[in-house]
Design a protein. Structure first.
Length: 318
């Protein structure tokens, strides 16, 4: 069976098994079709959007889900402005900002634990914060700590922005939604505005990438560097920076399979310690020392090049 590649237009014939990680059976019948031309891969057949909505609402961020997040615990203290992933993304993006440095508009498509908002506040003076997020618990947490405008969907956004962050989002889209999404993003950018994109590096043409994926759930689109750049250029952007980033791919199976402490314990302990430090008036000192030390910049989120776990791209509106 051949499948048309929605990125480059070539037919794909290589098929891989889709590896789920939960008991949600909506992913069990999927196969991954790999384009040998651009390296883009897509999971087919298409899933019912109603099933996906239930999955993301009830399971995705639950304690046993692929991306556990307890917004009650997170709401105990303001999100960190020095979480390495967002610090690395926004520091890189700041190099290419040509619009005003103060009072710029910042939009995050899915802000997760809110650390991107804290980092944007720190790096972009007096910026206006905006988030696309459906989860009402997440929105309540954002409103507690930030002067932020929240939207349920990207279709609700009416403002334009200088910086748009799209971090680990597009891999959740089916392939036929990608180009319309990037065209919407293009319309939401101010002149000379930039987008910061990060997504897993899934070039299944490369054996080491193909053999070191612990699971695929719930991703539906899988990007090579070639495919992501092709999609961005096709959407009328200029690419300012593009590279692989993060842990070496060959370490991923070891990282994901190692025994970890329960999520709720780690999250609870981190937030309690942060509250104690804040009450004692030493949190700002600890945070200052951490951001000024060389050790934070040794984090894998600051490591580029080769077969690494993610792709990071900065692009500017043409």
């Amino acid at each position: 069976m051949t499948v048309h590649c929605n990125i480059c237009g070539f037919d794909t014939s290589k098929i891989l098994e889709y590896i789920p990680c939960s008991k949600y059976n909506i992913f069990n019948d999927l196969l991954i079709y790999v384009c040998d031309e651009c390296g883009f891969s897509q999971a087919l057949p298409s899933l019912d959007s109603r099933d996906l909505d239930v999955y993301y609402k009830d399971y995705y961020r639950s304690k046993n889900g692929p991306s556990p997040m307890d917004f009650f615990l997170l709401s105990l203290s303001k999100p960190s402005s020095t979480e390495p992933r967002f610090l690395a993304q926004l520091l890189l993006g700041k190099m290419f900002v040509k619009t005003k440095r103060e009072g710029l508009g910042f939009l995050d498509i899915g802000a997760g634990n809110g650390s991107s908002l804290s980092t944007a506040e720190m790096l972009f003076s007096e910026c206006s914060l905006h988030v696309v997020e459906k989860n009402f618990k997440a929105k309540n947490m954002y409103h507690k700590f930030f002067n932020v405008q929240c939207y349920d969907t990207i279709n609700d956004v009416r403002d334009t922005f200088d910086v748009i962050l799209i971090s680990h989002v597009i891999e959740h889209f089916s392939s036929d939604h990608l180009l319309p999404f990037f065209r919407q993003i293009h319309n939401l950018l101010n002149d000379k505005g930039i987008i910061i994109i990060e997504t897993p590096h899934h070039d299944f043409r490369i054996k080491v990438v193909r053999d070191n994926q612990p699971y695929h759930e719930p991703h539906l689109s899988f990007f090579s560097k070639d495919a992501l750049e092709y999609l961005i250029l096709k959407s009328n952007f200029d690419i300012c920076f593009s590279d692989t980033v993060g842990r070496p791919v060959k370490q991923l199976n070891i990282f994901f399979k190692r025994k970890k402490l329960p999520f709720f314990f780690i999250s609870f302990a981190k937030n309690i310690l942060r509250r104690i430090f804040q009450k004692c008036g030493v949190w700002d000192i600890i945070k200052f020392c951490f951001t000024k030390t060389k050790y934070i910049y040794r984090d894998h989120n600051f490591c580029y090049g080769g077969d690494r776990q993610a792709l990071r791209v900065i692009a500017r509106k043409k």
